[in-house]
Design a protein around this ligand. Structure first.
Ligand SMILES: [Cu+2]
Length: 130
């Protein structure tokens, strides 16, 4: 009897884990490296559809994050505008986020407008959610 109960409990736990969907995640990208370089950290970030990216003003502001309409999948300029953050962040610690739901899987390059000349570029790679 005891053994049967243990087996039932084990199966119940396994079933709960198996049926719980993987929660969408939030990833953080620093704007300006800890050492003060004009970079996004990490520069390339791989996420799944439905995940959220949060950009945090870390060093040497101001920064923004503007996606490139001609380089996102399907050259979807409207989508690029929608997921961009054109407003400059001046205060350290300020942040903005984008949830990548209902987007085509692929590569989404972006840059910081004031520091594009300094090479402050980044890329979000969206994989199909499974
Ligand atoms: Cu910048």
């Amino acid at each position: 009897m005891r053994r049967l109960i243990s087996i039932i409990i084990l199966f119940t736990i396994a079933f709960i884990f198996w049926t719980t969907p993987v929660a969408a995640e939030t990833y953080t990208v620093k704007m300006g490296s800890d050492t003060g370089q004009l970079k996004f950290v990490p520069e390339t970030l791989e996420i799944k559809a439905g995940d959220t990216v949060k950009w945090v003003n870390n060093k040497v502001p101001p920064h923004n994050a503007v996606f490139e309409g001609d380089k996102v999948p399907n050259g979807d300029k409207a989508l690029a505008d929608k997921i961009s953050h054109k407003k400059l962040l001046f205060a350290l610690g300020d942040s903005f986020e984008t949830t990548f739901s209902d987007v085509t899987a692929g590569s989404y390059p972006y840059h910081c407008e004031p520091h594009l000349g300094g090479g402050m570029v980044g890329k979000i790679i969206v994989k199909e959610s499974d």
